[in-house]
Design a binder for this molecule. Structure first.
Ligand code: GDP
Length: 176
């Protein structure tokens, strides 16, 4: 049941303001946030941590990218082992951006079944919802990835998303 020698590189992708930093903080935990390290070139945050999923440890390097139209986190399109593709359910533009990023990912990594979870964050903001659950689900189906709605603010389903990505990485590892 040993994990591979190097940590899994899990990349947070998504438009500005969708909750990537909030996800990274929950992942890091208050006590471990000293381990975070700013990449000077790109301004991205990197946190390394071991978590337990289904009774087995998993080492994860979490990369919180900074998305912009001009530099769409391009180096991570090639080097990530798995992706959490975030949008905010209160921001339709961020949902469309997630689709664009998914297409970019596919272009960078044709024919690889890279684990990806589409994450509709901010599901606590019920009254400001612009993207329905079924739209999120449909988008994930089109893009052949898993789907989850989360609230980083309420710490709802955030760990489920991280655990889900580890499970997918293990399935992929075990099928090789
Ligand atoms: P990033 O630009 O993707 O890193 O987004 P941030 O993590 O900085 O979040 C942008 C804003 O949305 C911040 O004010 C967060 O506090 C807020 N935010 C993040 N996640 C949630 C959530 O699940 N619910 C609510 N209500 N606010 C959130």
């Amino acid at each position: 049941s040993a994990e591979p020698g190097r940590p899994y590189r899990v990349v947070l992708l998504g438009a500005s303001g969708v909750g990537k930093t909030a996800f990274a903080s929950i992942f890091a935990g208050a006590a471990d946030s000293m381990d975070s390290d700013d990449c000077e070139l790109c301004g991205d945050e990197v946190t390394e941590k071991e978590i337990e999923v289904d009774g087995e440890p998993a080492s994860i390097t979490l990369i919180d990218t900074w998305d912009s139209e001009t530099s769409p986190a391009c180096q991570y399109m090639q080097t990530g082992d798995a992706y959490l593709l975030l949008y905010s359910i209160t921001d339709r533009a961020s949902y469309l951006r997630a689709s664009e990023l998914r297409i970019t990912l596919r272009r960078f990594r044709p024919a690889q079944n890279t684990p990806i979870i589409l994450v509709g964050n901010k599901c606590d903001l019920v009254r400001r919802r612009e993207v329905s659950v079924s739209e999120g689900r449909a988008c994930a189906a089109v893009f052949d990835c898993k789907f989850i709605e989360t609230s980083a603010a309420m710490q709802h389903n955030v760990w489920e998303a991280f655990h889900g990505i580890v499970r997918q990485l293990r399935l992929r590892r075990d099928s090789k």
